[in-house]
Ligand binder design. Structure first.
Ligand SMILES: [Mn+2]
Length: 380
């Protein structure tokens, strides 16, 4: 049984006010080409088909194009589950009817009680598709309280009528404990209660996961995230995006091949002074890429974004490194910080911008100025 496993398409994603729909179409065409070449028996989409619960018309149109090509033209069925970005009820529209034409949309816990069974020359393969769910939904469904995602996921899987005579494939949208995250995944909950133990997937001959955007496996090679369709944050600049081809043998063993996804325009971070970046840009053949520029200049700059945009028309974000250095330290909120005088605070600012302390003369001048302001404020 040959499977193509993909996930986290996020169709309709707007990235820094820029619609990625053309990049997404470019990537989906590569998947269609792979279906033509490799002739899988099923395509799995492990959640986050859309970026939002009410996707833009262009995103629905693009998914429609894919479904027409995959099921209509190439006659390959699709099994898809809802992810945390999808609106499950909307995505599940007409699911009971659509499955007869090969589009299996599993978006509710009721639906997942029955496997989707496909056969190859060695017999049946049962696909168990678990749509994204939170502990409260599972508690409602099972009638017993669920403290966290791990417990909820375990309870769901334990009560499935799995027949071990067949080969069983699991499809789920969840966060495996210890796996690598990126900045573009929306947290499922605050504080780590969203983590699921990979060991609950051990009984399955393959587990097709969605949610984390970096292609990776956890625990064993058959428990795997395909990764997202595109790079959806600058933290993913070094990811190699791909989708996964899995061949399941007669005994349930599997062979895994990663099929790379080429990005139409890459997404990357460049770093240096404005002059350095502008000079380097002249020889940059990939100037149409999506760019985040991190400027290391210490002095004020005139219109840096406009200057960079002359060379990089798709520059999306500009950061000034010198103003970023204290972030993450929760500096402003510390009680130490609250005790600091105006002079201390100005001194910090000056040091951060100029990399040197105020001279004695500057300090005196500043003290005088601050005193004058205070006096003015108290007398007014
Ligand atoms: Mn996602």
């Amino acid at each position: 049984m040959r499977i193509l496993h993909t996930s986290d398409w996020h169709l309709g994603r707007i990235f820094h006010q820029f619609s990625l729909i053309d990049e997404q179409r470019h990537a989906l065409l590569q998947i269609i080409e792979a279906i033509e070449v490799h002739k899988p028996e099923v395509v799995i989409i492990a959640g986050d088909i859309y970026d939002r619960s009410i996707p833009p018309a262009s995103a629905i149109g693009l998914f429609n194009e894919f479904v027409d090509q995959c099921i209509g033209t190439l006659k390959v069925p699709i099994i898809a589950i809802s992810g945390n970005h999808d609106g499950a009820e909307r995505l599940g529209f007409a699911a009971n009817q659509l499955k007869h034409s090969g589009l299996h949309l599993v978006t509710s816990l009721d639906q997942m009680q029955k496997p989707i069974t496909l056969a190859d020359e060695y017999g049946d393969v049962d696909f168990w598709a678990v749509p994204f769910h939170d502990p409260a939904q599972v508690a409602d469904f099972t009638g017993s309280p669920q403290t966290d995602f791990n417990q909820a996921h375990c309870s769901l899987i334990e009560q499935l009528p799995i027949n071990k005579k067949y080969r069983n494939v699991m499809i789920s949208h969840c966060y495996l404990d210890g796996a690598n995250e990126s900045e573009s995944e929306r947290p499922l909950t605050i504080g780590g209660a969203d983590r699921v133990d990979w060991k609950i997937f051990k009984p399955f001959c393959y587990t097709a996961l969605g949610h984390l955007h970096q292609p990776q496996y956890k625990g064993q090679e058959s428990i795997r995230y395909s990764g997202s369709l595109l790079k959806y944050s600058f933290s993913e600049q070094h990811h190699n995006k791909s989708f996964t081809m899995v061949d399941i043998g007669p005994d349930g063993s599997n062979k895994i091949t990663l099929l790379p996804l080429k990005q139409r325009r890459d997404l990357r971070v460049i770093r240096g002074t404005l002059e350095e970046l502008v000079n380097a840009a002249k020889d940059d053949v990939n100037h149409e890429d999506f760019i985040q520029a991190v400027l290391t200049d210490s002095q004020a700059l005139l219109n840096p974004m406009a200057r960079l945009r002359e060379h990089y028309p798709n520059i999306l974000e500009l950061k000034k490194e010198r103003f970023e250095t204290r972030t993450g330290q929760d500096y402003a909120r510390s009680s130490e910080q609250l005790k600091r005088t105006d002079l201390d605070i100005f001194n910090d600012f000056f040091e951060q911008v100029h990399e040197q302390k105020l001279t004695e003369q500057q300090t005196k001048l500043l003290q005088k100025t601050l005193a004058a302001i205070n006096e003015q404020e108290s007398s007014s």
